[in-house]
Design a protein. Structure first.
Length: 360
């Protein structure tokens, strides 16, 4: 009688190869049928050093962590405050704070210089007509991006977000260390600064679900972090106020970038992101608690832009305060509850920040 063996002992190497082959089959849709359209950056575009990930590897870039058997999920360290759907559109817009002193001008000059470098690095090209004044709707309409595509936007987002997560962490870390070594309280700044860094990293992780950078971009990110972290570290020790103003101006640019991307989607220039089958990552849906029916790329960018506007408000405000003695107005409660005050959400957001006498 013929016997079919049911127990086959595989060597470790063979087992690994086999599991890889099965994983590859499943990624090609043989074993699973993904209902969502994933943005396939590579398949339709010529090979470039940025975002050189093949479709099959793209989905595995940030696989769900294997928690073992007992943990179902790991919650976000800082749950995201909820944003009203109307507020996302009506209260968030490009705005520019006029520099008022030498320190402000230094911060603005540095941001403009960095912006020039980043545009070069991420291949961002547009007809720049500088935004004219704060809150001016035409300011944004007059800046017309061209030659952008979904892929180019993603390259820019990934690079920007990989840098954006640095300042909050540096500032939070230095204030933490200052508090420890000077035996002084911090007045609530550290939490907001670290939360900002965390929020920026969530932006980065969200975009990395859609595109993996190629080796050239990874190298640029590495270099940028090395330079940016160390310069900020030293600068923050010398003038924290200038650093907060610098971040405020940096966030103005971030709001502008996302506003232009949203405008591009609305104008029908980015068809892949308008495809009804295009799904934003689960990670983003959970983090921002994005309601059903509002899970398009445009919606996602509205949330992210609101976060950037929040960072802009926070840092411009912190730049107006006395660094060593003033409490953080964003986590404080106020005696007069009838007046609008700074908070974690965007209900009372002030695009160019709160002046010191408005919050203290
Ligand atoms: Fe961001
Ligand atoms: Fe930001």
């Amino acid at each position: 009688m013929l016997r079919i063996p049911t127990n086959i002992t595989l060597s470790k190497q063979t087992a690994t190869q086999l599991s890889k082959a099965v994983a590859s089959f499943s990624q090609h849709g043989v074993l699973t049928n993904a209902p969502c359209l994933q943005l396939n950056i590579q398949a339709q575009l010529p090979h470039r050093q940025f975002s050189s990930t093949s479709r099959t590897r793209l989905r595995e870039f940030f696989p769900e962590p294997e928690h073992g058997h007992q943990i179902q999920k790991t919650d976000a360290a800082w749950p995201h405050p909820s944003y009203g759907a109307e507020d996302l559109k009506s209260k968030i817009f490009f705005a520019h704070r006029q520099p008022k002193d030498f320190s402000d001008r230094v911060a603005l000059f540095l941001v403009r210089f960095l912006r020039w470098g980043t545009d070069l690095a991420t291949g961002y090209k547009h007809d720049v007509e500088s935004p004219k004044k704060a809150g001016d709707e035409n300011a944004v309409a007059a800046t017309k991006p061209y030659q952008m595509s979904e892929r180019k936007w993603l390259v820019r987002f990934v690079f920007l977000e990989s840098v954006a997560g640095v300042p909050g962490m540096v500032a939070g870390m230095l204030r933490h260390l200052h508090s420890l070594r000077r035996l002084k309280r911090d007045n609530g700044w550290i939490e907001t600064l670290l939360e900002e860094a965390y929020n920026e990293r969530m932006h980065l992780l969200t975009f990395l679900k859609m595109a993996e950078p190629g080796w050239f971009m990874k190298f640029m990110i590495l270099g940028a972090q090395g330079v940016f972290f160390n310069s900020l570290f030293l600068s923050y020790l010398i003038s924290p106020r200038t650093c907060h103003r610098f971040v405020g101006y940096l966030e103005e640019e971030a709001v502008l970038t996302y506003t232009l991307a949203i405008q591009d989607i609305e104008a029908g220039k980015l068809p892949k992101w308008q495809d009804p089958k295009f799904c934003i990552p689960d990670l983003a849906v959970k983090y921002w608690e994005i309601p059903e029916g509002h899970r398009t790329m445009r919606d996602l960018l509205l949330y992210i832009r609101a976060d950037e506007a929040k960072h802009r408000e926070v840092n411009h405000t912190l730049g107006n305060l006395k660094q060593s003695e003033d409490p953080n107005p964003f986590v404080s409660s106020y005696k007069d509850k009838s007046l609008p005050h700074p908070g974690k959400g965007i209900e009372n957001i002030k695009p160019t920040g709160w002046e010191r006498d408005e919050v203290l």
